[in-house]
Design a protein around this ligand. Structure first.
Ligand SMILES: NC(=O)c1ccc[n+]([C@@H]2O[C@H](COP(=O)([O-])OP(=O)(O)OC[C@H]3O[C@@H](n4cnc5c(N)ncnc54)[C@H](O)[C@@H]3O)[C@@H](O)[C@H]2O)c1
Ligand SMILES: [Zn+2]
Ligand SMILES: [Zn+2]
Length: 682
C-alpha cells in the first residue's frame, strides 16, 4: 500500500482518515484527507474531490465545512488534498520574498514551467491524475465516477480541472472561485511566478477556457456560490470576478447557476451554510453517472412462436399442502397490454411457500406460483410499447401503470398502483381469463401477476420492469421481491438516517437486506435478531453490530433492547410475519420518535395489538409493500446500482438448482434454515 495512515476518526457512521504518501508528481510527501461513508465498507462509492483555498491544508475543509453528514447520507466519499507541496527543500518565495499568496499553501493547481518551481509545483497533475489513481486503487472509490468542487483558489482549481478534462468529472461546483485569474492580482502573481507570464495562465483560467473551448454539456449545469458580502468581491480589488465567468458561459451557451448569498463572506461559515446543496448537487450527478453502464446487445429470440400457444414445463400447485407437480402446460399468446416472457431464473420467496402451505385464505388452486424472476421477452400483445422481444425484464407483483388518472402512480408517496389489483388477486389476467392450460385442459390460475414456476409466462406490460441486460438474470431475479423490499423499507419507507440505531427481527433475505441498507444509510448501531443463530455471521458481515437470539433472554426482546439503549431503537423492522414480533418491534422503538415498520406477511386472520400509550408517546407504526419501490421506474435503477458495484447482492444466493423439476428441492432448501435465496434456473 502506497498510503500511510496519519489519523483516523469515526464520524457519521463512516470514517475521516488522513493519509500521507510519496508523490512522484510533486517529488515530496503529500497529505490528503478523506471521508469514507459507511456503505463503502462493502461496496465502492463515487467520490467528490474538494480543493482548498490559499494558505489552507486538507484539514480546513475536513474540520470546518460540516460536509461529512451530507456525504454520509448521499453515500459518497470526500477527498480533500493539501494545496501545495511542502518541505524545507521545496522553494516557496516570490522574488526572494515569502508571500502568503504564493508558494507553499498556494500551489494554484497549475503545473509550473519556471525552472525553480517545476520540480515540485505540479498540483494540476497531482489533483487530476496521481491522486485519483491512488484513491481508486487503494480506497473503495468507484473508478472514474468522480466530481470536483473547491473554495476560492480551490474553486478556480475545481473549475479548471473540470473544464480541461471533459468527461473526467461528472459535475463541478465552486465556492467563491477565482473565476478569471489572468485578470486579478492573485492570478497574475501565481501565473508570473509559476509559468513565467500572465498570458501563459490562460490555460488555467476558467473564464478563458470557457471562451476558448466551451460549452461543456457533459458537465450539466455548473454550480457557483459566492458570498454577496465577500471582501474579495466587494473590496478595492475584485479577485473573484464571477460575472466574467457568467458572461463567458452565457456567450457560449453553458448552463450555469451562479448565486450570490446575502450576508455571506469568504469564510468557512459561508461554506458550511451551503455545503449541503453542493453535496446533493454532486450526489445526483454521481448517482446518474454510476448508473450509465454499457449494456450488451440483446439477442433477439426466435420468432416462430409468436402469436401461437407455447407448450412448456411448469411446476403446478394443484392443491394446498401438496407437492408441486411438474407437467406440460400450454401458455397462450399475450393479449392486448400483455407480454409473454421466457423465464430464465426464479428465486424462491417465503410468500410462495406461504401460499402453498394453505395459510393464505385467498390462495387459489390449481395455480402456478413464483414471483421473483429474471426473464426475456418472447413476444408482446397489441399496444405494448414499453418492452419488445429480447428485452430483459423483471416481472413485478406491484405494477406501475403510470397513467395520469392513477392517483397512486402520480403520487411520490406510494408504489401501490391498483390498476390490475382486482384481477391479479383473482389469479387471472386483466381481461378476466387465464393464459395457462394444464395437460387435461384444466385452467390454471396466475399468481401475484407473475407465475414464474413455468418456463414461459404471461404478465401485464405494466408489471414489467425493463432492466439492463448486462446483469445476469439469475441475480436480477433477486430484485423481484425480497431483497428490494428490505432495501426499500430502509431507504424509502422509514428513511433511516446516518447515526441512527436499527433493530431487525428475522434474518432471512428480507431482514438481511434491511441490515445491509441500514449500514449503507450510515446507521450507527444495528441489532440483528433471529432464533436461528447461524444467520449471525452473515448479518455481522453486512453491518450488524449486535446479534441477539431471543431464546437467550428471559424477557421479551423489546424489554432487552430498551435496557440496552435506555430509550429504545430509532427504527425497528419486523421481517418474520409474526404478530408478537410486530408488537415487540413497535414497543422497542424509541420513545418520542421511534418508527417501526411491518414487512413480514402475517398468517391469515392474525391481528396486531399494542397499548395506545405506546403511540401516544411518539412511536409510529408503518408498513411497506415491495419497499415502496415504483416497480417499472425504480427496479431498473437498483439493477444499475448493482452493476456499478455499489449494491452487492451476490451473498443472498445460497442455493442453486437447475430446471423446473428442481423447484421442489429449492422449497426444501428454503425450509432448511441455512438458505437465504434458492435460485432455480430453467
Ligand atoms: N412486505 C413485503 O412486500 C414483503 C416482501 C417479501 C417478503 N415479505 C415477507 O417478509 C418476511 C420475511 O421473508 P424472508 O424471505 O426473509 O423469510 P425467511 O423465512 O427466509 O426468514 C425469516 C427469518 O425469521 C426468523 N424468525 C422466525 N420467527 C422469528 C422470531 N419469532 N424471532 C426472531 N426471528 C424469527 C427465521 O429464523 C428466519 O431466519 C416473510 O413474512 C415474507 O412473507 C414481505
Ligand atoms: Zn416475495
Ligand atoms: Zn397506477
Amino acid at each position: 500500500m502506497a498510503l500511510k495512515l496519519k489519523s483516523e476518526k469515526s464520524m457519521h457512521g463512516g470514517r475521516v482518515v488522513q493519509y500521507t504518501h510519496d508523490s512522484k508528481t510533486t517529488g515530496t510527501e503529500m497529505v490528503f484527507s478523506v471521508f469514507i461513508p459507511a456503505n463503502a465498507e462493502f461496496t465502492k462509492v463515487p467520490a467528490l474531490y474538494y480543493l482548498s483555498g490559499l494558505t489552507c491544508t486538507d484539514l480546513n475543509f475536513t474540520e470546518k465545512a460540516g460536509a461529512q453528514q451530507f456525504a454520509a447520507k448521499a453515500g459518497i466519499m470526500l477527498v480533500a488534498p493539501d494545496t501545495s507541496p511542502r518541505g524545507d527543500d521545496v522553494p516557496g518565495d516570490y522574488d526572494g520574498e515569502v508571500k502568503w499568496d504564493f508558494g507553499k499553501g498556494a500551489g494554484f493547481y497549475v503545473n509550473a514551467t519556471v525552472d525553480k518551481f517545476k520540480k515540485n509545483y505540479n498540483m494540476y497533475d497531482y489533483v487530476t491524475k496521481e491522486l485519483p489513481a491512488i484513491v481508486e486503487a487503494e480506497l473503495p472509490a468507484l473508478p472514474g465516477v468522480k466530481s470536483i468542487t473547491g473554495h476560492s483558489m480551490g474553486g478556480h482549481g475545481a473549475l479548471v480541472c473540470a473544464l480541461k478534462n471533459p468527461g473526467a468529472y461528472k459535475s463541478v461546483s465552486a465556492f467563491a472561485p477565482i473565476c478569471h485569474p489572468t485578470k486579478c492580482p492573485w492570478g497574475e502573481k501565481a501565473f508570473t511566478g509559476y509559468l513565467g507570464s500572465v498570458d501563459a495562465g490562460k490555460e488555467y483560467d476558467a473564464t478563458e477556457l470557457m471562451l476558448a473551448k466551451g460549452p461543456f454539456p457533459e458537465l450539466g449545469e455548473i454550480l457557483i456560490d459566492t458570498g454577496a458580502a465577500d471582501n474579495f468581491l466587494t473590496g478595492d480589488v475584485n479577485q473573484l470576478r464571477p460575472k466574467d465567468f457568467e458572461e463567458a458561459c452565457k456567450e457560449k451557451g453553458q448552463k450555469l447557476t451562479s448565486r450570490f448569498q446575502a450576508g455571506a463572506d469568504h469564510s468557512y461559515y459561508f461554506i458550511a451554510s451551503y455545503i449541503e446543496d453542493h453535496i446533493n448537487y454532486h450526489a445526483r450527478a454521481l448517482r446518474n453517472a454510476s448508473m450509465v453502464v454499457s449494456s450488451k446487445p440483446t439477442e433477439l429470440p426466435p420468432t416462430d412462436t409468436v402469436g401461437k400457444p407455447i407448450k412448456c414445463k411448469a411446476a403446478v400447485a394443484y392443491a394446498a399442502k401438496e407437492p408441486l407437480k411438474v407437467v406440460e402446460v400450454t401458455v397462450a399468446p399475450p393479449k392486448a397490454g400483455e407480454v409473454r416472457v421466457k423465464v430464465i431464473s426464479n428465486a424462491l420467496c417465503h410468500t410462495d411457500i406461504y401460499t402453498l402451505s394453505g395459510q393464505d385464505p385467498e390462495g387459489l388452486f390449481p395455480s402456478i406460483l413464483g414471483h421473483e424472476a429474471g426473464c426475456i421477452v418472447e413476444s408482446v400483445g397489441e399496444g405494448v410499447s414499453s418492452v419488445a422481444p429480447g428485452d430483459h425484464v423483471i416481472p413485478c407483483y406491484t405494477p406501475q401503470c403510470n397513467e395520469g388518472s392513477c392517483i397512486f402512480c402520480m403520487s411520490p408517496k406510494t408504489n401501490l398502483c391498483p390498476k390490475i389489483r382486482g384481477t391479479q388477486g383473482k389469479g387471472v389476467m386483466p381481461d378476466g381469463t387465464s393464459r395457462f392450460t394444464g395437460p387435461d385442459g384444466e385452467t390454471l390460475y396466475h399468481f401475484m401477476g407473475c407465475s414464474a414456476f413455468s418456463e414461459y409466462t404471461v404478465v401485464a406490460e405494466i408489471s414489467c420492469a425493463k432492466i439492463n441486460p448486462a446483469l445476469h438474470l439469475e441475480k436480477a431475479s433477486l430484485f423481484g421481491c425480497g431483497v428490494s423490499t428490505g432495501l426499500g423499507a430502509v431507504w424509502n419507507t422509514t428513511k433511516v438516517e446516518p447515526n441512527s440505531s436499527v433493530a431487525v427481527w428475522g434474518l432471512g433475505a428480507v431482514g438481511l437486506a434491511v441490515v445491509q441498507a441500514a449500514k449503507m444509510a450510515g446507521a450507527r448501531r444495528i441489532f440483528a435478531i433471529d432464533l436461528n443463530k447461524s444467520k449471525f455471521q452473515i448479518a455481522t458481515k453486512l453491518g450488524a453490530t449486535d446479534c441477539l437470539n431471543p431464546a437467550d433472554y428471559e424477557e421479551p426482546m423489546n424489554v432487552v433492547l430498551v435496557k440496552m439503549t435506555q430509550w429504545g431503537v430509532d427504527y425497528t423492522f419486523d421481517c418474520t410475519g409474526n404478530v408478537k414480533v410486530m408488537r415487540q418491534a413497535l414497543e422497542a422503538a424509541h420513545r418520542g420518535w421511534g418508527m417501526s415498520c411491518v414487512i413480514g406477511v402475517a398468517a391469515a386472520g392474525m391481528e396486531i395489538a399494542t397499548r395506545p400509550f405506546q403511540v401516544v408517546t411518539g412511536r409510529r407504526w408503518c408498513g411497506t409493500a415491495f419497499g415502496g419501490w415504483k416497480s417499472r421506474s425504480d427496479v431498473p435503477k437498483l439493477v444499475e446500482r448493482n452493476l456499478a458495484g455499489e449494491l452487492p447482492i451476490d451473498h443472498f444466493i445460497t442455493h442453486r438448482f437447475k430446471g423446473v423439476e428442481e423447484i421442489s428441492k429449492a422449497i426444501d432448501a428454503l425450509h432448511g434454515g441455512d438458505c437465504l435465496r434458492a435460485v432455480v434456473s430453467y
